[in-house]
Design a binder for this molecule. Structure first.
Ligand code: GTQ
Length: 337
């Protein structure tokens, strides 16, 4: 047997045994850098809101359970997430409507885009929702929504379903009286809602304005607050980091990249984000996403407020999060400074 023949014979026998030699395609197993499957993508409000409103006319909240349109990354098959880890979904709850309670192992949060006066009920505690608010719904917390106001409510749900799917640890449950309770599930008493997990727009805006008044905006991100639990100074959810950003009028951000793919939601204002040749001109209600490790920069033609979520919270725990500003050094979380 020549060496070549012996090698091929080894590879064939390994393949038949569902094994691969690591040395044949090492980079297939250990890439040098991220090679995201997702693409930069944009869901303009001019398209998404009319679709959601049409759903409001012809699909009842009872029928849909959640009247939600999911932002699927165009590079992924249907029913896929927005990034490789997170979902951004846009939900409409009309006056008088309810979304029945349930709970699941996915972590979620809501960012209110339009309306005020509905409640999301987290573990029996009603949380009154207003435009600009962020409400955290941690894994396995009961949650439902009730709109007793006269206002149409539109909000963005952020969820980490794709992380749970990666772990194959997805669980979902309806309350006992609906008859679809799982076998008895015993877990930590998950009662009460932590008021610190309701980030009210009024408070966020005050903090952003203080930051704006106190001096230089961040070169890449303008004035920006990470929405942290003040008791622990950490992200309320284990996987999702959330930020609110205020870009002053005329802001031209430095180029930036990080190992977390980011979903942005435009709360107000207009501007442009450029990501490696892709140009996204955005305005109020738009959603867009930036893949992992792609260089991007923001410009604001008017003062603008952006809400964003990413899997940075999980990446920091896994010690893989890194960032780079302009052509500066790459900073690795937990290893630099
Ligand atoms: O409102 O509870 O967009 O459970 C996806 C799953 C919203 C919700 C979504 C959900 C919800």
């Amino acid at each position: 047997m020549t060496d070549e023949t012996a090698l091929q014979n080894l590879y064939d026998r390994a393949a038949a045994a569902h094994m691969q030699p690591l040395w044949v395609n090492t980079k297939g197993y250990v890439p040098r850098e991220p090679a995201p499957a997702i693409v930069t993508a944009h869901w303009p409000a001019d398209t998404s809101i009319p679709l959601l409103r049409r759903a409001g006319e012809i699909v009842s909240s009872e029928f849909a359970d959640r009247r939600v349109l999911v932002c699927n990354n165009p590079a992924l098959p249907p029913f896929s997430p927005t990034t490789q880890t997170l979902y951004a979904c846009i939900q409409l709850l009309l006056p008088g409507e309810k979304a029945a309670p349930h709970r699941h192992s996915q972590n979620a949060l809501r960012f209110i885009l339009q309306g005020e006066g509905a409640d999301t009920i987290v573990n029996d505690k009603p949380v009154r929702l207003r435009r600009g608010d962020v409400v955290i719904t941690p894994a396995w917390a009961w949650h439902g929504h009730v709109n007793t106001s006269n206002n149409d409510m539109v909000w963005i749900d952020g969820l980490d379903n794709a992380v749970l799917k990666l772990f194959d640890a997805t669980f979902f449950e309806l309350p006992p009286h609906t008859g679809e309770i799982a076998n008895e599930v015993v877990g930590p008493a998950n009662t009460g809602f932590d008021p610190d997990w309701h980030f009210k727009w009024h408070d966020t805006e005050t903090l952003l304005r203080e930051q704006q008044a106190s001096g230089d905006p961040d070169a890449a991100h303008g004035c920006r607050r990470r929405l942290l639990d003040p008791k622990t100074n950490s992200d309320p959810l284990p996987t999702i980091a959330a930020h609110m950003t205020l870009l002053p009028e005329g802001f031209r951000g430095q180029s930036y990249r990080s190992s977390d793919s980011v979903i942005y939601v435009v709360m107000s204002g207009e501007g442009r984000t450029t990501c490696e040749g892709e140009v996204i001109d955005w305005k109020e209600g738009d959603i867009f996403t930036i893949p992992t490790w792609k260089r991007y920069s923001h410009q604001a033609s008017s003062e603008a407020v952006l809400f964003s979520i990413s899997d940075r919270a999980a990446q920091e725990k896994l010690r893989c999060w890194r960032e780079q500003r302009g052509d500066g050094p790459v900073q690795i979380f937990g290893l630099s400074g």
